[in-house]
Design a protein around this ligand. Structure first.
Ligand SMILES: O=c1[nH]cnc2c1ncn2[C@@H]1O[C@H](COP(=O)(O)OP(=O)(O)O)[C@@H](O)[C@H]1O
Ligand SMILES: [Ca+2]
Length: 416
C-alpha cells in the first residue's frame, strides 16, 4: 500500500481561484491498479465539531475513488465558541484526533492527510480572534502523526461549502460516477449559515441568477454550472438572534430580548458564539404561528433569494432540516423520508398553538419550525406541495460537505 496516492487531475476540479494552491507537485500515476487510502476531515461547525475518518478504494486510476468506510465522531460544541479560550479549542481537537489514531492503521498515519475546515461560526468571528483559534488548531495538527500541509486548516467560504455538500451527496448516491442527470440538489441548514445547491434542470435558472450564485464544477472532464449560494446568518441558531433583534447588538448584556415565538412566561439565557443574551417570551402579545411568522420574516426578507423555477429540481434537505423534523415528530428518523413543505407549516402551527409546550423544555420549537417554513416558502420559493427528501445518511455514510472537501483536498496532494 505504499507509494503515491493521487486522485487524477481533471477528474474532480472545483474552480475556485481563491482556494487554489498547489502545495506539492503532481505525481506520476500510481503503478498499482487498486489501492486503499485514508483521509481525515474535521468539520468545525458553529454548533458542533466533528471528525470523519474515511477510507477510499481507488480501483480505476482514471475514475473517482470509492468510499469504503467512514469512522465518525461528533462533539456538540463548536470550536468558534472557544473564541476567548483558544487552548480549550486545542484540547477538543486533540481529543477528537484520538478517533483518527485508532481508525487509521499506524503504518498509514504519516501518509494520511489531516484536514480541518471551519464554517459559518468562524466566518462570524472578528478576524483576529478567528486567526488565534486557527493558529491553535494548526499547532495541535503539527504535533499529530498525520500528514499536515499549509492547506490543512482553513475557514471555507459559503459557496465552497454548498458545492462540497452537493458533491458529497451526489458522490454517495453514485451520480458522480454514472449519471449526472439524476443528481439531487442539497438544502443544508446549519447553526450559523444555510446553503442551497443544485444542478438546474432549466437553463433559465442559470441565466437569471446573479453571477455569484453560479459556480463552475468540473467532474470527469465535463463542466457543470451549479446554482449555489450560502446565506450567512440564516442558519437556525443565528436566525433566532435575528428574530429576537439581538444579533450585532452593541451591548447585549444590558438588554432583554423578547419574541412572540417563545412561550409567554419563558425567561432564560441564550448563548451563541461566546455571547450570552437574556431572552423572554412576550407576556402581553398573542403568541401563535401567525405572529411568529411575521417575526421570523425579519431574518429572511430582503436577504434570501428565490431561484427561478426551483420546484423543477429534486432536493435533499440535511442537517437542521432533518434534525428539526425528527425532533418534532414530523418524521420517524428512518432513512430518506419524503416530506412536503406544507407539513413543516402544519407542524409549526401545531407547536406554536400548543400552550402546554411551555413546559416541555423545547421553548424554541415554535420559532425554529416557523423559521424553516418561512425559509423554504418565502425565502427559496418552494410551494406547499413540494416534497423534500430529509436525509441524514446515504448508504450508511454521513451526508455532509466534509466528504466533498476530502475528495477535493486529495485531488491536489501527492502523498510521498
Ligand atoms: O456529519 C454530519 N452528518 C449529518 N448532519 C450533520 C453533520 N455535521 C453536522 N450536521 C448537522 O448540522 C447542523 C449543525 O450545523 P453546524 O454546527 O455545522 O453549523 P454551520 O454549518 O452553520 O457551521 C445540525 O443539524 C447537525 O446535525
Ligand atoms: Ca455545517
Amino acid at each position: 500500500l505504499d507509494g503515491t496516492i493521487f486522485v487524477e487531475g481533471n477528474l474532480f476540479d472545483v474552480d475556485f481561484s481563491a482556494q487554489r494552491e498547489n502545495i506539492l507537485p503532481n505525481s506520476a500515476r500510481p503503478a498499482n491498479s487498486s489501492r486503499v487510502f485514508y483521509g481525515i476531515m474535521m468539520d468545525a461547525g458553529s454548533t458542533g465539531t466533528r471528525i470523519h475518518v474515511y477510507s477510499f478504494i481507488q480501483e480505476d486510476p482514471d475514475g473517482l475513488p470509492y468510499l469504503h468506510n467512514e469512522t465518525f465522531h461528533s462533539e456538540e460544541i463548536g470550536l468558534s465558541s472557544y473564541v476567548n479560550t483558544p487552548e480549550e479549542a486545542g484540547k477538543l481537537v486533540r481529543e477528537l484526533l484520538k478517533v483518527a489514531t485508532s481508525a487509521v492503521p499506524r503504518a498509514m498515519w504519516h501518509k494520511t492527510p489531516l484536514v480541518l475546515r471551519a464554517t459559518a461560526g468562524f466566518r462570524l468571528l472578528p478576524a483576529d480572534k478567528a486567526h488565534v483559534l486557527i493558529e491553535e488548531i494548526k499547532e495541535v495538527f503539527s504535533q499529530s502523526p498525520f500528514l499536515v500541509t499549509s492547506r490543512s486548516v482553513s475557514i471555507i467560504d459559503g459557496t465552497y461549502e454548498g458545492i462540497l455538500a452537493w458533491v458529497s451527496l451526489n458522490f454517495l448516491m453514485g451520480h458522480l460516477h454514472v449519471d449526472m442527470k439524476r443528481s439531487a440538489g442539497v438544502l443544508d441548514l446549519g447553526g450559523a449559515s444555510t446553503q442551497i445547491s443544485f444542478l438546474p434542470k432549466c437553463q433559465k435558472t442559470v441565466n437569471k441568477a446573479p453571477t455569484d450564485h453560479v459556480a463552475k464544477l468540473e467532474i470527469l472532464n465535463t463542466t457543470y454550472l451549479l446554482y449555489t449560494h450560502s446565506y450567512l446568518k440564516n442558519g437556525l441558531k443565528v436566525a433566532r438572534l435575528l428574530t429576537l433583534g439581538a444579533l450585532g447588538d452593541a451591548d447585549p448584556g444590558k438588554k432583554v430580548f423578547k419574541s412572540l415565538c417563545l412561550p409567554k412566561n419563558y425567561s432564560d439565557n441564550y448563548t451563541f458564539g461566546g455571547i450570552t443574551y437574556e431572552v423572554r417570551g412576550n407576556i402581553n402579545g398573542y403568541n401563535g404561528y401567525e405572529t411568529c411568522y411575521k417575526e421570523v420574516l425579519k431574518a429572511i426578507k430582503g436577504s434570501v433569494r428565490k431561484p427561478y423555477n426551483v420546484h423543477e429540481n429534486m432536493f435533499h434537505a440535511v442537517a437542521y432540516y432533518y434534525d428539526m423534523a425528527k425532533d418534532s415528530g414530523l418524521i420517524e428518523g428512518s432513512q430518506d423520508e419524503h416530506v412536503e413543505v406544507k407539513r413543516f407549516k402544519k407542524k409549526a402551527k401545531e407547536v406554536c398553538g400548543d400552550k402546554s409546550k411551555d413546559h416541555y423544555g423545547k421553548p424554541f420549537d415554535c420559532m425554529d419550525l416557523t423559521y424553516i417554513t418561512a425559509l423554504l416558502t418565502e425565502g427559496f420559493g418552494f410551494q406547499d406541495s413540494v416534497g423534500l427528501q430529509l436525509t441524514k445518511k446515504v448508504k450508511g455514510f454521513e451526508s455532509s460537505w466534509a466528504l466533498g472537501a476530502m475528495l477535493e483536498y486529495l485531488h491536489k496532494v501527492r502523498i510521498p
